[in-house]
Design a protein around this ligand. Structure first.
Ligand SMILES: [Zn+2]
Length: 312
């Protein structure tokens, strides 16, 4: 048994698992923010209420075959369903290649850990996008799971070498890994809280809530302090750019509308109304933090090393 799974078979199987889990995540994304159970009842068409037949519930394929419509009433079914399934399949198979070759226990646990991490992040990203919510039922178990996985897969972040050097400790790898996850969770939570405070002082509206704090505690528990900080930095920058682009887009729309009506002082009046609206606009930072956490898994260490290399 040299290879627990031969590469091709393993990759395809992991992808198919991802599609199936992604299908379940669609249920999570729809029902959790509405306070409904994810286990029962079975899925129905939101328009005509007909139960979805098992053979119409095949990930991606059913959506394509039915051309994105309900079989009974023809009501359009959002492309998001197929997108979430494909994304989950794609991330699971990426985790497989990240952990490859999957022929020992650390590799299997690494694969499992990343799949669990992505399985939690995908619904958090989509729910925050749609509802501006990061439900506790996803983030709190996520923090616990991240800490548990640190006992099985070495986290490897900042404290690993900092604490070792500073204190000259000769702890076993597993204790250092657990400490890294714990410090990661604390650092992630504290830093996003601080960023939220600064943001609040600047804009006088709630930018980051406690949902983001718990999300970053989860990311820190899974990835360690180093990548949690990278996630916060890149996520906050992306979210702010998104906020600015949204402002400019609204401004442009207002200008066009006023120009059509041949009003005077079009630019300044449009700007005033756009900035007034956006004073109350909340950027869904969880979307950007979650996305950058995914990116950090694959290229985070390279990004941090590149950045630190600039100062050498
Ligand atoms: Zn229907």
């Amino acid at each position: 048994m040299s290879h627990f799974l031969s590469t091709d078979f393993g990759a395809i199987a992991t992808f198919l698992f991802g599609l199936v889990f992604g299908s379940f995540l669609n249920v999570v994304i729809y029902r959790v923010p509405r306070g409904q159970s994810v286990v029962k009842p079975r899925s129905t068409c939101p328009n005509c209420g007909t139960q979805i037949r098992a053979y119409d519930n095949i990930p991606v394929l059913s959506w394509v075959l039915l051309r994105g419509r309900c079989r009974d009433c023809g009501h359009p079914i959002s492309a998001r369903y197929a997108l979430v399934e494909l994304l989950c399949g794609f991330l699971f198979v990426s985790a497989y290649f990240y952990a490859a070759p999957v022929d020992n226990f650390v590799a299997i646990w690494t694969l499992l850990k990343l799949c669990v991490f992505f399985f939690l992040l995908i619904p958090l990203i989509f729910i925050d996008f749609e509802h501006h919510l990061l439900p506790d039922v996803l983030t709190l178990p996520g923090i616990i799971l991240g800490l548990i996985f640190s006992l099985l897969v070495p986290v490897g972040g900042m404290p690993t070498f900092v604490i070792r050097k500073m204190l000259g400790l000769r702890w076993p790898l597993i204790a250092i890994s657990a400490l890294d996850a714990l410090v990661g969770a604390l650092v992630g939570a504290l830093f996003i809280y601080a960023v939220g405070e600064i943001y609040f002082r600047l804009r006088h509206i709630e930018g980051m809530g406690f949902g983001d704090v718990k999300l970053m505690a989860m990311v820190g528990a899974f990835l360690g302090a180093r990548l949690a900080l990278l996630t916060i930095f890149t996520g906050a920058v992306l979210g702010t750019i998104f906020g600015l682009i949204t402002t400019l887009a609204v401004w442009r729309k207002r200008i066009q509308r006023r120009q059509k009506r041949r009003e005077s002082n079009v630019l300044s009046r449009s700007w005033r109304s756009a900035s007034l609206m956006l004073r109350y606009y909340e950027v869904p930072f969880g979307v950007f933090l979650g996305s950058m956490a995914v990116v950090s898994v694959f290229v985070g260490n390279r990004m941090v090393n590149w950045y630190l290399g600039l100062y050498r």
